[in-house]
Ligand binder design. Structure first.
Ligand code: ATP
Ligand code: MG
Length: 374
């Protein structure tokens, strides 16, 4: 049955670059039955880690265990894993049903059980009606369902998926991600899912690990990762975040002061922050509201997007951290009907309960009780 996956101090080095490990030292505990997602930019090592769990990559240090069984030296075909890749990898000359049967036939599963299991899986991934078709007559989404059916029909201990939806169009991706989620919950299988699509990760996961350069930056639920990022890499990689220079002011109350002198009272900063400490303040576009006072800025661009209007803003020099893609404010149109135009000056008030504050080097959150690994 399903297992937990315990990765302890794992190292991956490829032969062509022995001096620079792609994964220098990675530990993570994936719970039995959990939908766990590896999320990070291209080249950060997601596929590398997944292939180590699968047994297609050697492990240069540390251990990977299924429950307490160390699997480092168990060959891939003996690990009892189901895999789904970006390319559908279905056999083109076999019908849908034959594709799904394949893994059971090579495992010599007895005929009546085989039929029952295939029927069950075809139904749960909703491809029963296409069972006698060849894959070439299926859409991309349907082919990916066949690949998923093939992976789960063998009753693997672990399901590994590497960007399974990236070849599908946007609408189908959304449909398929709930299909995958439903099937995973229905059979309760421990799943490691790789994507670089942050919205997909938020929608589908129990927990997400955000990776950069082979190092896990944060592990948490989608909500924890979005609302309370551990560092500015996470806050800017998941959703948009605007970063400002700030200073802690600790008088009778604790506040953070922006470079123009505007102060916000903060009730959730760590007690260890010091008066005068330089910090970075991170505000998401939806955490601003228009006000009569607050941070002064100019609208340099506005885009009407139906549910909200997105504004690109410019602030006076010295307010914002350099080299950000853009500073943005999204105005929820459910609560406002006035759309500002380019060139307008406005005042914005950040929501003190929502914003995040980081150390000056942006490596760590200064908000109380933000956990790096939850
Ligand atoms: N077989 C290999 N030999 C040498 N280097 C490799 C090999 N496979 C991957 N790498 C390198 O390891 C790093 C991580 O690659 P990996 O494929 O794990 O990234 P990824 O996070 O899956 O990226 P993407 O989102 O683009 O799929 C990259 O720098 C890549 O060039
Ligand atoms: Mg990859």
């Amino acid at each position: 049955m399903s297992v937990s996956i315990n990765v302890e101090h794992v190292v991956k080095t490829y032969k062509d670059n022995p001096e620079r490990p792609v994964i220098p030292d990675l530990s993570v505990q994936i719970k039995n039955g959990e939908f766990f997602t590896l999320l990070g930019p291209s080249g950060c090592g997601k596929t590398t880690l997944l292939r180590m769990i699968a047994g297609f990559n050697s492990i240069e240090g540390g251990t990977i265990a299924f429950d307490s069984l160390v699997i480092n030296d168990i060959p891939a075909h003996k690990r009892n894993i189901g895999m789904v890749f970006q390319s559908y990898a279905v056999f083109p000359h076999l019908t849908v049903r034959q594709n799904v049967e394949y893994g059971l036939k090579i495992r010599k599963i007895e005929k009546s059980e085989l039929k029952q299991r295939v029927d069950e899986v075809l139904k749960s991934v909703k491809i029963e009606e296409y069972q006698d078709r060849l894959p070439e007559r299926l859409s991309g989404g349907q082919q990916q369902r066949v690949a998923l059916a093939r992976a789960i029909v063998i009753h693997p201990q672990v399901l590994l998926m590497d960007e399974p939806l990236s070849n599908l169009d946007a609408k189908l991706r959304i449909e398929m991600r709930s299909a995958i989620r439903d099937v995973q919950k229905q059979i309760g299988i421990t799943t490691v899912y790789v994507t670089h699509d942050q919205e997909e990760a938020l929608a589908i996961s129990d927990r997400i690990a955000v990776m950069k350069d082979g190092v896990i930056q944060q592990i948490g639920s989608p909500k924890e990762i979005y609302a309370r990022p551990y560092n500015t890499f996470v806050s800017t990689f998941i959703g948009h975040s605007n970063l400002f220079y700030g200073t802690v002011r600790k008088k009778s109350v604790t506040s953070v002061e922006f470079a123009d002198g505007y102060k916000i009272k903060m009730s959730n900063l760590e007690n260890s922050v010091k008066d005068g400490q330089k910090v970075v303040i991170s505000v998401r576009p939806e955490e601003f509201s228009i006000s009569k006072s607050g941070l002064k800025c100019k609208i340099s661009n506005s885009t009407f997007l139906g549910k909200y209007t997105n504004y690109v803003l410019s602030f006076e020099d010295g307010m914002c951290i350099e080299n950000q893609p853009s500073i943005e404010f999204s105005q929820d149109l459910g609560h406002s009907d006035h759309i500002y135009s380019s060139g307008n000056d406005i005042y914005l008030e950040p929501n003190s309960e929502k914003i995040n504050v980081f150390t000056e080097d942006m490596q760590r959150s200064l908000i109380k009780e933000v956990k790096r690994f939850a």
